[in-house]
Design a binder for this molecule. Structure first.
Ligand code: BGC
Ligand code: NOJ
Length: 812
């Protein structure tokens, strides 16, 4: 059996790490709304409020050596031994170590020489602060005298200038110290109206706020001079590098235990309310927050509220089957990851710096389907934010900044799949909530006041953006790129200083068309038609349907390569993803989307395409993106051919788009294949944690493909559309519980050996308990549907009265 670094504790909804030397830092996320933190299993990571770039609270060093240096550190000096509860940074050998990552909290426990130190990290609901509750216990029969140092390093707010503008930064740092609270107020004097603070709920015996004084210039986090000597410097940062460290002398009697509450908080003051007196910041709001969190009992009550919040979120959809791995994925970790991707989009992880990308247009629309059942009101807000960055012609900003909610000029628009994702996201929202009022909301273009049109009109122009941008084969022009933003068919870059994402050295006269967008257009275009019909807008539905029918014809005529769907036509109108190509003969995206859309299902095209995917793209760890992998740079394809074979968009296993093929398999009723593919990429089924490397409890964006040096190695964990797509796939297409405008549709597509399962689903105010019975060993096809004991024709369970509980039996 391969080495394991931890295990699941499903009853507690935790992943328990028992060895601090995981093959990569295994992280978790704190915070639900504005105040957020990333925390590794050794207490590394950082915090920010609202925006990881512009409101960074604590500093982090990326890509450092060793990995994951800096974080929320507690140093315990017991005699001559110095240790940390999370093993790092001193790496003193512990007698016991355990890290429990739970739903928006992490608890880390270390034991050494008869002392137990357990720290619970979380952000209380509706609070701009992170709590670190440290419990110290003396398990010996002698008195223990300990010296305790806390440590946080402040970031100078803008995380990118923090890393580069030292000629200024080294002279701007400012702090205030008031009792046990250390305030960080760099730049508060001028244009900032925010400060941060770090406190402990008991009097301190010393402190440090200047990094060099605390560490010593030539020491690392593993050997701070102040700690080694057991003497704080009581330093005051003035310029240089401000930090916050408390010093406490603690005496514990035999068996005695003590709780200490540390709080890392953030405050924004009104412009005319910034100061208490000249040069002294107004601390009222910090005091208020601290008084809510100044005892262990108050902190425990807040923690209980956070756990109840998660109880509520996770009881909306749950499954009970014979497979505990399926259950824990659906009931806990997949839903949790969806919520995290909603909060962070692609901004801050151990693979994303928090500086580069804001919120993606397509990313955020896809993320919606992963959490809309849990917090529909925030999905509503998100939809309006996203749609407000659309242009009047239906194109959209590719990204926007969470703090300003404005489109990001640096990247601009021109990704021609983006508009269709708005239809995808909005229809997902409407099916879940039935809140059609959102369609009447006035939504601006590019956030310009006065330009508002209803959200419904935004959907229409999204649809039309595709038909207004068709290429020579009647297929959608790709623009900068489609979902695969590394297939840059108009880029033609020979200059390493150009960005593949934003450079278009050719576009004028381009013939580059995308079969992926074609499939998406048919799939989500039908959603648009269905919505129009539901609203009684039949003329619009007919108009749209006509274009969809035409697209199907174009795909069948020009998008079929004999055994699979082509991927694209390039700038010159040459085939991409065809037998005629030397490399990159077959791609996952177009075959996923066209089979999802059932294009050519009757004529056998879907069967053929899916069989080809199986034959050419499937591998031990999942379906690779393309095959054969590119082994040289193709200037006409761009970034995709820049990656080594087997990585990322060049034949990596993109866990994000494996679900498209899985859904395609359900379209042809092959539940066995669908579930086999799903298990290959689902973290709960990982066999070798050392090989997989990244967290075994969340999906990663990609896993090294069969052409890589180490196939099976995961990368880019956490923030990826993979979370939402797998959620959508397992719940709506495999377990087959689909929200629709008129009720819940029950149409599972499962392995024949899955004999039964029960789903509890809260939907539009009622609770549905759905028992699926598969004694016949079928893969798909509900033979009998009983709703509260009475037989219903078809697969639709009509909407039940609010507050009621409905019992459903579906027999396959
Ligand atoms: C990555 C993509 C990503 C894109 C945009 C590329 O380098 O490979 O996965 O979507 O950058 O940031
Ligand atoms: C990551 C991006 O966030 C996403 O939008 C894109 O579709 C994939 N990479 C594939 O390139």
């Amino acid at each position: 059996m391969a080495k394991e670094y931890g295990h699941y504790d499903d009853a507690a909804r935790e992943y328990v790490i028992t060895d601090p030397c995981t093959p990569w830092p295994w992280i978790n996320y704190l915070g639900t709304e504005d105040f957020f933190g990333l925390i590794s299993n050794t207490a590394g990571g950082y915090s920010f409020c609202k925006d990881a770039k512009f409101r960074r609270i604590t500093r982090y060093r990326y890509n450092g050596v060793p990995m994951d240096a800096g974080g929320r550190y507690f140093y315990i000096k017991d005699g001559e031994t110095v240790w940390n509860p999370g093993w790092k940074p001193c790496k003193t050998k512990l007698d016991f170590y355990e890290c429990r990552h739970g739903m928006n909290y992490t608890s880390i426990e270390g034991r050494k020489d008869g002392v137990t130190a357990k720290v619970l990290f979380f952000v209380p609901l509706k609070t701009w602060a992170e709590v670190q509750k440290l419990t110290l216990t003396n398990t010996t029969d002698k008195v223990k005298k300990l010296k305790l140092f806390s440590f946080q390093e402040w970031c100078l707010w803008n995380a990118s200038t923090d890393m580069e503008n030292f000629q200024r930064n080294f002279s701007t740092g400012e702090v205030e110290i008031e009792g046990s609270v250390i305030y960080h107020k760099t730049e508060y004097k001028e244009r900032r109206n925010h400060y941060a603070y770090y406190s402990v709920n008991v009097p301190v015996q010393g402190f440090d706020t200047d990094r060099e004084s605390f560490l010593g210039l030539y020491n690392g986090f593993d050997a701070p001079q102040a700690v080694l000597e057991g003497k704080p410097r009581n330093s005051v940062a003035h310029g240089w590098s401000p930090i916050a460290s408390h010093y406490l002398e603690i005496e514990l009697g035999p068996g005695e235990s003590r709780d200490l509450v540390f709080v890392l908080g953030y405050v924004e003051n009104a412009q005319d309310d910034k100061w208490e007196s000249k040069g002294v910041i107004n601390k009222r709001m910090a005091h208020e927050t601290l008084s809510r969190l100044d005892t262990a009992a108050k902190v425990d009550a807040e923690f209980k509220r956070l756990c109840e919040y998660w109880d509520n979120l996770l009881q909306i959809f749950s499954v009970k089957s014979a497979d505990e791995r399926l259950d824990r994925t659906v009931n806990i970790w997949n839903q949790y990851q969806c919520m995290i991707t909603f909060c962070f989009s692609r901004s801050a992880s151990f693979f994303e710096s928090g500086i580069g990308r804001g919120m993606g247009f397509r990313d955020s629309n896809q993320d919606l389907i992963g959490f809309v059942h849990q917090i529909p009101e925030r999905a509503r807000e998100r939809i309006i934010d996203i749609a407000s960055t659309q242009f009047a012609d239906g194109g959209c900003y590719h990204q926007y900044q969470p703090l300003t909610k404005r489109g990001n000029d640096g990247i601009g628009g021109g990704f021609n799949d983006d508009p269709m994702w708005l239809i995808f996201g909005v229809c997902g929202y409407l099916r879940e909530t039935g809140d059609f009022s959102i369609l009447d909301e006035p939504v601006p273009f590019d956030n310009v006041p006065g330009s508002e049109k209803s959200l419904f009109e935004h959907l229409t122009i999204s649809f039309d953006h595709v038909i207004n941008n068709l290429g020579p084969h009647g297929l959608p022009l790709i623009g900068r790129a489609d979902w695969n933003d590394c297939m840059n068919l108009n880029c033609f870059s020979n200059d390493p200083d150009e960005s593949f994402q934003t450079t278009e050295n050719k576009t004028e006269g381009s013939k580059a068309e995308s079969l992926m967008i074609a499939g998406l257009f048919v799939f989500s275009g039908r959603d648009y038609v269905e919505l129009c019909r539901h609203l009684g807008r039949n003329a619009e539905a007919d108009r749209a349907q006509k274009y969809i029918d035409e697209m199907v014809v174009s795909v069948e005529k020009y998008g079929w390569d004999g055994d699979w769907f082509l991927r694209a036509y390039d700038y010159f109108g040459r085939k991409v993803g065809s037998k005629e190509n030397e490399e990159g003969q077959i791609f996952i995206e177009s075959n996923g989307w066209c089979t999802m859309a059932g294009i050519g299902l009757k004529e056998g095209l879907c069967d053929k395409a899916l069989d080809s995917v199986k034959e050419r793209l499937d591998s031990e760890h999942g379906i690779v993106l393309n095959n054969p992998a590119f082994t040289r740079y193709y200037i006409e394809y761009g970034e995709i051919s820049s990656y080594p074979a087997g990585y990322k968009e060049n034949a990596g296993i993109f866990c994000h788009n494996n679900p498209w093929v899985i859904i395609g398999e359900t379209v042809r009723g092959n539940g066995k294949a669908a579930m086999e593919y799903w298990r290959k990429i689902c973290p709960a089924y990982i066999k070798d944690q050392t090989l997989h490397k990244v967290e075994p409890y969340v999906y990663s964006q990609m896993v090294a493909g069969k052409d890589a040096f180490r196939p099976g190695e995961g990368k880019n964990s956490w923030l990826t559309g993979t979370a939402a797509w797998n959620w959508y796939t397992i719940t709506q297409f495999i377990l087959g519980i689909k929200p629709t405008y008129n009720g819940l549709e029950i149409d599972p597509c499962i392995s024949p050996d899955m004999k039964e399962f029960t789903v509890t689903r809260k939907f539009r105010g009622a609770t549905y308990i759905i028992e699926v019975v598969n004694r016949s060993g079928a893969q798909r096809g509900v033979k009998e549907l009983l709703v509260d004991g009475s037989r219903v024709e078809g697969t639709l369970v009509p909407l039940a009265k609010e507050g009621s509980t409905v019992k459903i039996t579906a027999i396959l």
